[in-house]
Design a protein around this ligand. Structure first.
Ligand code: HEC
Length: 190
């Protein structure tokens, strides 16, 4: 059997040591990124500061936004929007749609991550086009088309619930009446 030259053995040993050091360092950076949410974490702070992706997507714990509360407002306005459309009150419907849009805008601006789901992205990609479509339809007097756009908007809510791991939250177009408010067009009370 041929002997391995001494210099080759040395080079192999040095390489193994270098690889070992590299793994140790990577492990430390990874641990730091998992544990320390703020920049300046020990010796690996620089590596942490540079981690733009992590900082661009704050976790809910750091930047609290009560998604459940925002959703119950969506639910409330979704129902009123339905009543306004059925009462052929486009002006009032546009007002409620605006409320939903403002809520969605706020969620998009906050860059919300929830249980690993990029809620803001989903909001922008799924809900916004349905809101814009509804806006267009409210400009026409075509009530069946408005109701169709409304149904489409509500379906989009459910599409997102599925994608955001909440498939059990199923909302429906509101077909009832709401007491205590006049939904008819015009000023209502003479
Ligand atoms: C980004 C995707 C997304 C979109 C779009 C979305 N939701 Fe949600 N919704 C969620 C998530 C995530 C939750 C769970 C929130 C939590 O953890 O409290 C939720 C929860 C809810 C709940 C349960 C909370 C409650 O008050 O009962 C309702 C109702 C709801 N959404 C209504 C709506 C309506 C109405 C729309 C459309 C106008 C809508 N959602 C659009 C993601 C979405």
């Amino acid at each position: 059997m041929k002997r391995i030259p001494l210099y080759l053995t040395l080079i192999i040993i040095i390489l193994l040591v270098l690889i070992g050091m590299l793994f140790f360092r990577m492990h430390r950076i990874e641990r730091c990124m998992n544990q320390c949410q703020k920049p300046g974490c020990g010796q690996t702070g620089a590596a942490h500061d540079n981690d733009e992706a992590e900082q661009a997507v704050p976790d809910n714990d750091e930047d609290p936004i009560d998604l459940g509360e925002k959703m119950s407002r969506f639910f409330y306005f979704k129902n009123k929007l339905g009543v306004a459309i059925r009462h052929r009150n486009s002006e009032l419907a546009a007002f409620y749609l605006e409320e939903i849009e403002e809520g969605a805008d706020r969620i998009i601006d906050k860059n919300v991550m929830d249980e690993g789901i990029h809620v803001s992205n989903l909001m922008e990609q799924k809900l916004m086009p349905a809101i814009e479509n509804m806006e267009k339809n409210l400009k026409s007097a075509d009530q069946p088309a408005q109701w169709e756009a409304y149904t489409n908007l509500v379906n989009t809510c459910n599409t997102c619930h599925k994608l955001a791991k909440h498939p059990f939250v199923v909302v429906k177009p509101f077909e009832g009446e709401i007491e205590g408010q006049n939904f008819d067009p015009g000023r209502g009370i003479d």
